[in-house]
Each structure stands twice: as structure tokens, then as C-alpha cells.
Design a binder for this molecule. Structure first.
Ligand code: MLT
Length: 394
């Protein structure tokens, strides 16, 4: 008799952002006259920048003519995309060979798929609060999970200690949801720890483009020894507005080996079997992000989202609410007022101010009592949300 993957029975009933979408829809169905302001899931509001749009149009035209048409592309990524991404790293002093960069359909897909490389008995260490897909992907795959709580006392940046044990270590910096960013010294401690333990760090760098403090690391490969212990998973979703377009990239150094097996070669084996690569159109659009023109345009968008962060933090200051994030990250992590639980505050904001946010408890138990605002809305909606927050909480 066929047995399903019984690990699914250990998952929570529904995924955090799906649950929020259902709750929000139910409210809107009952109150169709209301205008909701969405500061929940980190979904961008600004269109793709002109350099990307031009590249996408040109790629469509390529596909219209036999002379320039592309069928299957190399499964691990088109050379032009891998080279453009490697050049982008080189500009920050990180030397990569293009065949260490793998094109993907986005970081969330990749964070789960990459688990194919590891034995099912490998323990995943998850620093919480954390992006909930880390936990869910490991539950589905049957990996044991160890939680390392983060809180105010460690600036939401926990470090390894003598008792820490793990095979896979999930790090996200700038962090989703807290906005905290590891310094080079702190990240070096994780790299040294992983090398000593023979663990592998899965470094989620989806928010690196939001770093404005020059001293902070954008990539784990800026750290000594990272090439023997880390995989970096990146995405153009938050960097360049690709949430609905989909494109990311994963870096697996050729020195990364465990148990005598080479993880870069294993991922080539995996991708060549399990995928037919990423669409030519998307990789052309993605490569345009790494041009000088593309970089200037996405920086202007990131600056707009940062201004949204300031709009919101000013309102929180006026209401006497404590928060962190919003400076080197597009998320603001705040303490729920009046001792409310995360979901009580969610309901209050939804029903009294028609603002949708994300309850901190959705990112793990130690997120209880906290709440997350995304800064990816339009400036007009963000300003309106700030006004409604003042009216409700001041
Ligand atoms: C978030 O809101 O945490 C992210 O946007 C979700 C995601 O990237 O899948």
C-alpha cells in the first residue's frame, strides 16, 4: 500500500502567508467598501526597471526569429547570466567562477530544493524568528530541526556557542523578519564554527541590496573560509522587483565538499536531471540588472522603499512603539503595543485601520509579541498607513 510523505502531517495547517491571505480575503468579503493597506508579505509595488523591460522585450524579439531563437539553455544557467552575476560579485571583491553560479527560479524554491544535497538525517539549525519556509521545507524533507532563539538581548543576531550542534545552518542577513544584519566579525564566527563542525551554512542573501552601511557584508563569501562551508542563495525579487517575474541565483563554491563528495558537482547533477534550466527571457532580463544602467535604476527603487521605511518608523516613534530594522533592510520589526499578542495586534490593525501586517509569531515562537511591516508598498499607501497608525495608536 502506497504511503504518503507523512512528514506533511507535522506541518502547521497552512503556510503563514497563505493563512494571512485567507484571513484578509474573509475580512474584505465581509467589508467590500474598505480599502486595505498591505504591509504584510514582502511583495514589491514598483514595476520592473526600464533596463530590465528593454532586455525582456529584446529577448522576446530574439525568440521570434530562427537566427536568434533559443531552445533549451544549459540547465545550470546561461553563460551570459552566470558571467554577469559573477562580475557583480567581483565588483565587491568576491572572486567566483561563473560555473559556481547557478540560475534559479527564486530563493524560496531553491531553499527547499537544495536539501536534495544532504542526508535526510542532517539536523537543520534555524535561528528564530525566521522565514517560515526554512522550517516547512525541512519538515517536509524529514530533517530534524534545532531552533536557536534570537531576541532583544542579542540584537536578534545569535552566535554559535559551545552547545550549538547542527549539520545545516540557515542564516539570513539582512534578516527577514527582524532587519538585523550580521557584522563581518559576527558572520566570521559562524563561518569558523561551520568549518570546525563540518556543517554547511545556507546563507539567504535575498535582502543584501538593502545594506547601506559599507562595513556590513553583502555576501558570506566576503568572509575567510566561507568557500569550504557555505552555499549562498540569492534572488532578484526584492533587489529588482522580480517577485512575479521569478529569477534567482545560487552560489556553490567548487571547494565545498562533504563526505568526499563535491557539492557543486552534485548540484550540476541535480539540476541537469531535475530541470531544463531557467527561461531565456528571464535570464536576459536578470542579466540587465547587473549592468551599470540596471544598477542605477534598482538603487533608485530601493531608495524609494527605504523612504517608506522612514515614513513608517516616524509614525512608530510618534506612537511610542519600539522597533528595529528598516535601515539596512526592507522590514520593520516592532513590539506589539499594550501587551497584545502578535495575532491580536494583526486583528486590531486589520479591523480598525484596515492595515495588513505579519504577526511575529508566524516566524517562530520567539516572535510572539512582535509584528512585521514590509516597506515594499507604494509611497501613497505607506503614507496612508502611517496616518492610520497614528490615529489608532497615538
Ligand atoms: C516575506 O514576506 O517574508 C517574503 O516576501 C516571502 C517570500 O519571499 O517568499
Amino acid at each position: 500500500m502506497l504511503k504518503p510523505n507523512e512528514n506533511y502531517a507535522k506541518l502547521q495547517d497552512s503556510y503563514l502567508f497563505y493563512h494571512i491571505a485567507q484571513k484578509t480575503k474573509a475580512y474584505l468579503d465581509a467589508h467590500p467598501e474598505q480599502r486595505l493597506l498591505r504591509l504584510g508579505i514582502g511583495d514589491v509595488s514598483q514595476p520592473l526597471c526600464p533596463a530590465v523591460i528593454d532586455a525582456l522585450h529584446a529577448a522576446v524579439d530574439d525568440q521570434a526569429s530562427a537566427a536568434t531563437f533559443h531552445g533549451y539553455l544549459p540547465e545550470c544557467g546561461a553563460p551570459f547570466f552566470r558571467e554577469a552575476a559573477a562580475k557583480h560579485y567581483a565588483a565587491r571583491g568576491v572572486e567566483l567562477s561563473p560555473d559556481e553560479v547557478f540560475a534559479s527560479y527564486g530563493a524560496s524554491d531553491e531553499l527547499g530544493d537544495i536539501l536534495d544535497l544532504f542526508d535526510r538525517g542532517s539536523t537543520a539549525l534555524i535561528l528564530e524568528p525566521a522565514y517560515p519556509a526554512y522550517v516547512d521545507a525541512n519538515v517536509m524533507a524529514g530533517h530534524p530541526i534545532v531552533h536557536l532563539p534570537a531576541g532583544k538581548e542579542n540584537g536578534f543576531l545569535p552566535l554559535p556557542n559551545a552547545g550549538t550542534k547542527a549539520d545545516l545552518i540557515y542564516l539570513c542577513s539582512p534578516n527577514n523578519p527582524t532587519g538585523a544584519v550580521f557584522s563581518k566579525e559576527q558572520l566570521q564566527q559562524w563561518v569558523d564554527f561551520a568549518n570546525q563542525m563540518g556543517a554547511v551554512i545556507l546563507f539567504d542573501a535575498a535582502y543584501e541590496a538593502y545594506i547601506e552601511d559599507d562595513a556590513l557584508p553583502h555576501s558570506i563569501f566576503e568572509l575567510r573560509g566561507a568557500r569550504t562551508c557555505a552555499i549562498e542563495i540569492n534572488s532578484l525579487s526584492k533587489t529588482a522587483g522580480f517577485t512575479g517575474t521569478r529569477l534567482g541565483y545560487t552560489v556553490i563554491p567548487k571547494e565545498l565538499e562533504r563526505g568526499g563528495m563535491n557539492l557543486n558537482a552534485m548540484w550540476v547533477r541535480n539540476r541537469t536531471t531535475k530541470t531544463n534550466g531557467v527561461s531565456y527571457l528571464l535570464q536576459k532580463g536578470g542579466a540587465a540588472v547587473f549592468t551599470d544602467e540596471g544598477q542605477a535604476q534598482i538603487k533608485a527603487q530601493i531608495a524609494l522603499y527605504k523612504r517608506n521605511a522612514t515614513t513608517l518608523t516616524k509614525a512608530l516613534d510618534d506612537c511610542g512603539i519600539r522597533y528595529c530594522g528598516g535601515k539596512n533592510a526592507p522590514y520593520i520589526w516592532l513590539q506589539c503595543p499594550k501587551g497584545l499578542s502578535s495575532w491580536e495586534f494583526f486583528d486590531l490593525l486589520l479591523t480598525k485601520a484596515q492595515i495588513v501586517g505579519t504577526p511575529g509569531a508566524g516566524f517562530g515562537a520567539c516572535g510572539e509579541g512582535y509584528f512585521r511591516f514590509s516597506c515594499f508598498g507604494s509611497p501613497a499607501d505607506t503614507a496612508e498607513a502611517a496616518k492610520r497608525l497614528r490615529e489608532l495608536l497615538k
